[in-house]
Design a protein around this ligand. Structure first.
Ligand code: 5GP
Ligand code: ZN
Length: 142
């Protein structure tokens, strides 16, 4: 019995299923370094990494290490972590010399959120006049 239990736990771990949060989440796996990513910032609560399919010349995702589903799922005790996420974005923008940038939270399926782990998109790197004129406005066709 004990052996079967251990085997199940071990299998669940290999799939990335988190026993504590009971979710199978790619960003939790990235935060725990079970899945590789190009990390550009990390502290005890927050991690930032390159988006695998960038929508801008510079595209980072800033996430809490704790599994929070979305902005709509924030609770009172998340104020500090949200503040840290926003400051991490600002610091990264400075570090990478972004003069202007977009910060985007997609919230829920209806808001375009695909990964159900809260993340802030940091988008930028449009430098020449032509690219700047073509910077997409969120949710609106140009
Ligand atoms: P959402 O639409 O949920 O706001 O954005 C999710 C983002 O996560 C997308 O821009 C997508 O390209 C990115 N993404 C999805 N899976 C992975 C992954 O495994 N690694 C990384 N680095 N980015 C991912
Ligand atoms: Zn997660």
């Amino acid at each position: 019995m004990r052996r079967a239990y251990k085997k199940t736990i071990s299998f669940l771990r290999t799939t990335g299923y988190c026993l504590r949060t009971k979710v199978d989440c790619i960003f939790c796996k990235i935060a725990k370094k079970e899945v590789s990513s190009n990390v550009v910032y990390e502290d005890d609560q927050v991690m930032a990494f390159e988006d695998i399919k960038p929508s801008a010349p510079v595209h980072y995702l800033i996430v809490p290490k704790e599994h929070i589903q979305s902005i709509a799922h924030l609770e009172g005790n998340h104020r500090d972590i949200l503040s840290k996420i926003i400051y991490a974005a600002k610091d990264l923008a400075n570090k990478f010399g972004l003069k202007g940038y977009k910060l985007v939270f997609n919230v829920g399926k209806e808001g375009g959120q695909v990964i159900d782990h809260l993340h802030l998109h940091l988008l930028g790197g449009w430098n020449n006049k032509k690219d700047i004129e073509a910077v997409p406005h969120p949710g609106l066709d140009k």
